[in-house]
Every structure is written in structure tokens, then in C-alpha cells.
Design a protein around this ligand. Structure first.
Ligand code: SF4
Ligand code: SF4
Length: 510
């Protein structure tokens, strides 16, 4: 039996997962309109390749990746592109962003596509390219382009491939139902990933509160070298660094990557998307999303087309707006309240939570920090959350970075234990956004400075060259004048007259 390790901190919030696990995965259906943000992943937004008024088919490329850390976007069903414009997206501050809007035609007509019967006949680079072109980004919530994660440096030996089936956040059951119903596809995805990375071992990590999922995976993995590892439930075991520590005892250093330790981690949902892309040639156009909370009468898990309005999905779960206090995209720990029910489902939307006031009360006003230290005890990243809170309030960005703010996985464990109800994670999110913005602005002004200095240098060089030529011409003229005056050499004016005369005579003869 494999040895299981622990990680620092963590909490045990009420799980509330049973509500959405009564049924099977249901198809959400095709809404009248889909809104597809060009940025549904970490990295550069995709760039549009269709025009307004164009008919598109299901699976057709509608926006291509722009750069290495970017993923393309495909039409989730057939229809007409009715707009390419800024629309409200899923963001806590009600941001708008560029989107492609498709008026669906209900025909669900596929573009021509073909898979690969024998993935083992393909080179790893070809498989990674298929994954890139299928628009696959991490479906566990982070949305990092999968092809980038798989493109490890040539001299890096990957010893351990981990599939993350932990799904530690309360309420969310999208991965659990996937493991129960589509374990074969998860194992297929694991085999493809294994063929790409050639690891020594393949592990699928699942918390022990998902016994059916574990049984289904073990049955599907029989006869393979894939090991299903179950471990005690604790939030946030599903954080990539925490799961790696649980399964291997190794800690990813601050600012480091799992691949530095010879480890690659992918979500189980991503593994299914990879299996579909390779076996069937299907791009990522739908995902499993949990719709739950007492604000819906029939909570469950839905296979939903990307771009589907949240309101459409809520109706499928018999939404009761009169008893719902707020709408959360994601879970209660890491999710955020959306200001509008029409924002679209994207590649990273694992849950829509519609709680009642009893169920998830509106947080009371924050009190002053009493320096109890509970937040530091709970932090799985071994940070000092109260210190980070002080620095965030004072906008002391250098100190925040020195205290490893960017190691914060925004799990919310510190806020959950805080007796003063301080929304700590919100401070960290805002500070991270401000630091990133400042970095980008500094980068831009540095680029402008470099361009300005290069232009100045160019102008000085051009002026010097002009002056040099002018001086050379002057010197040559002076030389000629000197020679003419001394009778040496030919008189330039007389020579020109002679040449003109000779030319005229030649023309007359002709
Ligand atoms: S848990 Fe809250 S009150 Fe206690 S030290 Fe941390 S921030 Fe302060
Ligand atoms: S949100 Fe960040 S600081 Fe708070 S417990 Fe999680 S990792 Fe630690």
C-alpha cells in the first residue's frame, strides 16, 4: 500500500456534496444563443477567425491561439455568428470582455472531424499538437493550457504523472460523477498522457469521500499500471501542490513548477477532454458543471455547451430566484458572486451555486484583526495570512512579494477560520491583480524607454554619417580646386564641357 503524506494546515468545512449526486449526468441542451469569451484560460486571449453573419458548424475553429500560452476556441454547436463584441463575463467585478456570439440553429451540425484509432503510433509532439488544437485548458478551475503543461523541457525526466480527482471543495461533484460514469475515458486519457510523458508511475488521487468514483476507476484501470490512491478528506487537498505533497511527500518550492520535481499533474476532466480530442478529433466545446444549492429544486450535474448562459442552466435545475440570496460561480470557498445571471459558462466553470440565506449567510461585517493566528495555522501554503492582510491594506507590494503572496492558492481557508470575518482572500486577489497590472505597466514603459533610446541613437548615428559625407565631399572639392589652381590634373569644368561636346558630335554623326 502506498504511503500517504500530509500537508500543513487545511480545514474541514461541511461537504454538502450529496445534494447534486442523486442523478446521472444530464445534457443541458442547446440555448438560443451562446456567448464565448475569447479568454477562457490563463494566457493570451484567442484571436477571432470568423466574421459576423458567417454560419459556423459544431466544432469549427472560431478563434485561434495567439502565442504559446494561449488556446483556440471552437463553435459548441452550429449557427450564425451574430456579434463579435464586448459582453459581460463571469468576473466578480462585472467585467466585460471580447466575445463571439452565436445564434444557434438547433441542427447541431458537426464540422468534418476525425480521430486517431491508434494513439501509440503518434509521436508525443504530434499528440501535444492535437491537444493544443483542440483548445484544451485545465478543467479543474485554473484553466492553464494543457499543451503548455505537457511541453516539458527535453532534458526533464517526468517520473510521476498525477491525475487530480480530488475535488475537495464543498458542493462540487462534477469530477466525482465523471469518475463514476466515465472512468474508462479517464483511464484512456491517462494512457495517452502516459504515452506523451513516459513517467515511471501514473497515480490518480481521490479523496476517500468518493468511494463509488474510486471503485469505478479501479475497475477501469485493471490490468494497467495506473494506481488509484485514496486519502483522507481535507480541504484543499485538490490544490496541485498539496496533492503532490500528499502523494509523493515532495514540496514544490516557492516559484517552482511540479515539472522541476519530475511531476506533471492534470485534472480528470482534462484527461477526458484529451481522450475525446485524440480518439474522436473533437475539440473542447462542452464540460460537466454542477448546479446546486437550496435555490434550485433539482440540483445535479449537466453536460453543458460552453457559452451557455448561467440562467439557462439554472432553469434546467428548477431555479427558485425568490429564495436564492446570491449566485456563485464555482464553490463556496474559491468561487465568486456573479452580478448577472446571464454570464456564460466557460471552460473552467465547474459549479453554479445558488444558496439560500440560511444555507450560506451573507458574511457579517469584518472586525479588526485580533492576531489570533488561526489563519496561519489553516494556510496550506504555509504563508502568514495576517501579515499579507496588513501589507495588502497598505499596498506594500514589495513586502507582499517578499512574503510570497504569489504562493497563495486563494483557497479561502484563512477567511473561513477568521473569527473577525475578514475577507482575506479578496485582499490577496486585489493585491495580485494590482501587482500584475503594475508589472505590465512597468514592462510597457521599459519597452517605450528602450525604443526611445534606440531612436535617439539612430538619429545621432545618421547625423554623424551625414556630417562625415559632407566633410568628405568638401575635402574632395578643395583638392580638385587646389589641383586646378596649380595646373596639375584636369579642370573639372573644362572636362565637363569637353564631355558635352563629344556627346553632341556623336549624336550628329549618328
Ligand atoms: S484569523 Fe483573522 S483575526 Fe486571527 S490573525 Fe488571522 S486575520 Fe487576524
Ligand atoms: S487563501 Fe492563500 S493565504 Fe489564505 S489559506 Fe489559502 S493559500 Fe493561505
Amino acid at each position: 500500500m502506498r504511503k500517504i503524506f500530509g500537508f500543513h494546515g487545511g480545514i474541514h468545512p461541511p461537504e454538502n456534496k450529496h445534494q447534486s449526486m442523486a442523478g446521472v449526468i444530464e445534457l443541458a441542451g442547446i440555448p438560443a444563443q451562446l456567448t464565448l469569451p475569447l479568454s477562457q484560460h490563463i494566457g493570451a486571449p484567442a484571436s477571432v477567425v470568423v466574421a459576423v453573419g458567417e454560419r459556423v458548424l459544431k466544432g469549427q475553429l472560431i478563434a485561434q491561439a495567439k502565442g504559446f500560452v494561449s488556446v483556440p476556441l471552437h463553435a459548441p454547436t452550429s449557427g450564425i455568428v451574430s456579434a463579435i463584441e464586448d459582453r459581460l463575463i463571469a468576473h466578480p467585478s462585472g467585467l466585460t470582455a471580447p466575445c463571439i456570439v452565436i445564434d444557434t440553429d438547433g441542427k447541431d451540425e458537426w464540422v468534418e472531424h476525425v480521430g486517431t484509432a491508434d494513439f501509440e503510433s503518434l509521436e508525443p509532439a504530434e499528440l501535444i499538437n492535437c491537444i493544443r488544437e483542440a483548445g484544451i485548458a485545465g478543467m479543474g478551475g485554473a484553466g492553464f493550457p494543457s499543451a503548455v503543461k505537457l511541453s516539458v523541457k527535453p532534458d526533464t525526466k517526468i517520473t510521476t504523472l498525477i491525475l487530480n480527482g480530488t475535488e475537495c471543495e464543498p458542493y462540487i461533484t462534477a469530477d466525482d460523477i465523471l469518475m463514476r460514469e466515465r472512468a474508462d475515458q479517464i483511464i484512456r486519457g491517462a494512457n495517452i498522457l502516459s504515452h506523451i510523458l513516459k513517467p515511471d508511475e501514473v497515480l490518480i488521487g481521490v479523496e476517500d469521500n468518493k468511494p463509488e468514483g474510486i471503485t469505478a476507476l479501479r475497475a477501469a484501470a485493471q490490468g494497467s499500471n495506473i494506481e488509484i490512491v485514496s486519502f483522507p478528506t481535507k480541504y484543499p487537498s485538490g490544490g496541485e501542490k498539496q496533492l503532490i505533497e500528499i502523494l509523493t511527500g515532495k514540496q514544490v518550492p516557492s516559484g517552482g513548477l511540479p515539472s522541476d520535481l519530475g511531476i506533471v499533474c492534470q485534472n480528470v476532466g482534462t484527461a477526458v477532454a484529451i481522450a475525446n480530442a485524440i480518439d474522436k478529433g473533437e475539440p473542447l466545446i462542452s464540460r460537466i458543471t454542477t448546479v446546486t444549492g437550496k435555490g434550485v429544486s433539482t440540483p445535479g450535474n449537466f453536460e453543458v455547451l460552453l457559452g451557455t448562459p448561467m440562467s439557462f442552466l439554472l432553469e434546467r435545475a428548477a431555479y427558485q430566484s425568490e429564495i436564492n440570496n446570491r449566485l456563485i460561480m464555482g464553490g463556496p470557498m474559491m468561487g465568486f458572486t456573479t452580478p448577472d445571471a446571464d454570464v456564460p459558462i466557460v471552460k473552467t466553470t465547474n459549479c453554479i451555486l445558488a444558496p439560500t440565506e440560511d444555507e450560506l449567510p451573507t458574511p457579517p461585517p469584518a472586525q479588526a484583526c485580533i492576531r489570533c493566528g488561526l489563519c496561519a495555522e489553516a494556510c496550506p501554503a504555509t504563508l502568514l495570512p495576517q501579515q499579507l492582510f496588513w501589507f495588502s491594506q497598505g499596498k506594500e507590494f514589495e513586502k507582499l512579494e517578499a512574503h510570497n503572496l504569489f504562493d497563495c492558492i486563494e483557497c479561502g481557508a484563512c477567511s473561513w477560520v477568521c473569527p473577525s470575518n475578514i475577507p482575506l482572500v479578496q485582499y490577496y486577489r486585489n493585491s495580485k491583480a494590482e501587482i500584475i497590472q503594475t508589472r505590465q505597466e512597468n514592462e510597457k514603459s521599459e519597452q517605450s524607454r528602450v525604443r526611445f533610446e534606440a531612436r535617439e541613437q539612430r538619429l545621432i548615428k545618421q547625423a554623424a554619417e551625414r556630417e562625415e559625407k559632407r566633410a568628405a565631399r568638401k575635402k574632395a572639392a578643395e583638392e580638385r580646386a587646389k589641383q586646378a589652381a596649380s595646373g596639375e590634373g584636369e579642370d573639372p569644368i573644362q572636362a565637363a564641357i569637353e564631355r558635352a561636346k563629344a556627346k553632341k558630335a556623336a549624336q550628329e554623326n549618328a
